[in-house]
Design a protein around this ligand. Structure first.
Ligand SMILES: N[C@@H](CCC(=O)N[C@@H](CS)C(=O)NCC(=O)O)C(=O)O
Length: 339
């Protein structure tokens, strides 16, 4: 895959975005950023014709990628001249993938997000509650957050304990015993890094370098590696929404157009073919933000649709199959795609 300009739409406090920022830094991939507000509306994203509301969004050339679980593998395929971060042996690949599943699907990050300190300045803004209600699909309140805190702490303790007593127990520096942090470290560390760095999130008598020395030392080591990489690479260029959109619109495709797997059970059930109008959205958070476009390709890993930017230029939006729903779109009328 030829290297094209990389642009990351994100905001600095987003823990998911850090997964991509850290990956880019550790790999030394040059990129620009388009910094976003921490809640909707996001006109810069709308300018791309993208309805997907989650952060980060990544573009490589004229291709736009939703979800870090697709973005990181796509970056891994890019810039082949730079050493990759991904695992190489089947066993290591399994650890990498299982860590992603444990932290994201297994709920460690979801539980960590319930530990936001109740005195956070953001909590003084009623718009934030409305916005995150839309994001999660459920009303979001401080009372509810307070109530679920003890359960969340119990789940997070299981996360710390797992790393302390298994993967880090033999004193290794990095999860796959590599010389430098690898993708498996990113997959494992990000949620614990975030929650342990959030003042007031974790009670000091239950979570500390004394209680989990190996985990805290790993988090510190990881942060030092990222800080050093960022210092080596220099700061990314910041683009306005208009500048970023115009770079994307003028780029060539990052990937060759692929085909639709005709035997895929969803393709069969929905009667889809290349060019069918489809709607896609995530299945967990941000579900009400559907992207509608022409189906370009679909395989076991990703679905690609063609959408139009606000300037009427064609771009391709890629989403992973895992965690996303796709249906045929027959227009905004009775019987239209219900996602
Ligand atoms: N599975 C997605 C999750 C992304 C996600 O939930 N991002 C958070 C920010 S950390 C978000 O979009 N929050 C709501 C918002 O910022 O609008 C991914 O891996 O990229």
């Amino acid at each position: 895959m030829a290297a094209k300009e990389v642009i990351l739409y994100h905001y600095p406090h987003s823990p998911y975005a850090r997964r991509a920022v850290w990956y880019l830094a550790l790999r030394g991939i040059p990129y620009s950023q388009c910094v976003q507000p921490n809640m909707m509306p996001r006109p810069d994203v709308a300018r791309l014709g993208v309805s997907y509301r989650r952060i980060p969004i990544l573009s490589i050339g004229r291709d736009i990628y939703a979800d870090t679980r697709l973005q990181l593998p796509k970056l891994e395929e890019s810039y082949p001249e730079l050493p990759r971060l991904g695992a190489t042996t089947p066993e290591q690949k399994a650890i990498e993938r299982l860590l992603s599943a444990f932290i994201i699907d297994g709920g460690i990050f979801r539980e960590a997000a319930k530990l936001l300190p109740l005195d956070l300045p953001l909590f003084k803004d009623p718009n934030y509650f409305k916005d995150r209600g839309d994001f999660s699909g459920k009303p979001f309140s401080l009372e509810a957050l307070k109530k679920i805190r003890p359960d969340a702490l119990a789940e997070i303790a299981l996360g710390f304990e797992l790393f302390e007593t298994t993967l880090l127990a033999d004193g290794r520096e990095w999860i796959l015993k590599t010389e430098k942090p690898s993708l498996a470290d990113i997959e494992g560390v990000w949620a614990l890094h975030w929650v342990s760095g959030l003042k007031g999130a974790l009670p000091a008598d239950r979570f500390s370098p004394e209680k989990y020395p190996l985990v805290y030392a790993w988090i510190k080591r990881f942060q030092e590696a990222v800080t050093a990489a960022k210092a080596r690479n220099g700061k990314p260029k910041s683009l306005s929404g208009e500048e970023a959109a115009s770079v994307i619109e003028k780029s060539s495709w990052n990937e060759k157009e692929k085909t639709v797997d005709e035997g895929d059970p969803l393709v069969v059930a929905e009667g889809l073919k290349k060019g069918s109008m489809v709607a896609i959205c995530p299945t967990d958070t941000g579900r009400s933000h559907k992207d509608i476009g022409k189906l370009v390709s679909l395989d076991k890993d990703e679905v690609v649709i063609e959408i139009k930017t606000a300037e009427g230029e064609t771009v391709r939006l890629h989403a992973p199959r895992h965690g996303f729903k796709l249906r045929k779109f027959d227009g905004e009328k009775k019987g239209a795609a219900k996602l």
